[in-house]
Write a protein that binds this ligand. Structure first.
Ligand code: AMP
Ligand code: FE
Ligand code: FE
Ligand code: ZN
Length: 284
């Protein structure tokens, strides 16, 4: 059966993170919350891993929710961080696995390096980070933030990000990322559907340039997440025009991280019709 025939009518939240990356809820808990909210379905899009899919899919089946498998790939364009959502990818496709394995391995190196630098000035260790992480999770700065919070140095993740975890901080260490155009091609080759995440997020210095969007569309980008809590409204109009000209699908999603961020599940959503068209693009 084609995947889109399994997608119920209603609203979908197409961007969520569990403890398999930097969210604070398990995949099953996210599905439960979505069911309680009356959403038709959700996508799980943990950073650089598909490790939560099975648990989410099983709970979704139990709760009568539609599940959209996804992943948020760590990429870069002109040296700046760009997040790329890949839906319905084949998680066993070797070239994609090689890239995600490399990214996760380098995230580990980078997080350890940041903790090493931080520990010169702040009394905490890598063990404090391990203590706040689920086994096998994709590590990120949010886990370093949680470790600092657990030791009483900051009130919450946001406070740690605003200070020592900020890209401008002397403790900041960059991590490996694949070029965004290559990420788009890789997701397509893996049978998946690439969507550009939060293209105008406040935490970036500026929105993704329209020229970059054109290159991504030429490489096979399917859509763009224009409706996201962190997109800056004043940066959106040129992207909206470009998305129409480039015939990109437009999605909405919350980027829910449980208690790790202010974003609430279902805060931004996508209609089933758009999700079905997205699913029809996948090559399963
Ligand atoms: P990293 O993957 O290590 O570069 O860390 C980036 C992640 O940190 C993103 O996925 C965001 O979800 C999260 N993040 C960024 N800024 C903040 C913030 N101010 N508060 C909480 N989480 C944040
Ligand atoms: Fe995140
Ligand atoms: Fe992201
Ligand atoms: Zn995300």
């Amino acid at each position: 059966m084609a995947p889109q025939t399994l997608l119920d009518d209603g609203r979908y939240d197409l961007h969520t993170h569990s403890v398999v990356s930097d969210g604070t809820l398990t995949p099953a808990e996210i599905v439960d919350e979505a069911a309680d909210l009356g959403l038709a379905g959700i996508a799980l899009t943990d950073h650089d891993t598909t490790g939560g899919w099975l648990q989410a899919a099983q709970r979704a089946a139990d709760r009568g929710l539609s599940f959209v498998p996804g992943m948020e790939l760590t990429t870069k364009t002109n040296g700046l961080a760009v997040h790329l959502l890949g839906y319905y990818i084949d998680p066993t496709y070797p070239p994609l696995r090689e890239v995600t394995d490399r990214i996760r391995g380098d995230r580990d190196r980078r997080a350890r390096a940041m903790v090493q630098l931080l520990s010169d000035d702040i009394a905490f260790t890598w063990d404090d980070v391990l203590n706040v992480m689920a086994d096998g999770a994709t590590v990120g700065r949010p886990h370093i933030a949680d470790a600092l919070v657990s030791r009483g140095f900051y009130a919450d993740r946001g406070a740690a990000f605003a200070d020592v975890l900020h890209p401008g901080s002397k403790y900041y260490v960059p991590n490996y990322a694949v070029e965004t155009v290559d990420g788009v091609r890789l997701i397509r080759e893996a049978g998946g559907v690439p969507i550009l995440a939060h293209p105008a997020a406040q935490r970036q210095r500026r929105a993704i340039p329209v020229s970059a969007l054109v290159s991504l569309a030429e490489a096979g980008l399917y859509g763009i997440e224009l409706d996201h809590p962190e997109n800056r409204a004043e940066w959106l109009p040129p992207l909206r025009v470009a998305a129409t000209e480039l015939r990109l699908a437009v999605t909405g999603a919350s980027d829910y991280h449980g208690a790790g961020k202010a974003n609430r599940l279902g805060q931004c959503t996508t209609d089933a019709e758009v999700v079905r068209a997205l699913a029809a693009e996948a090559h399963l």
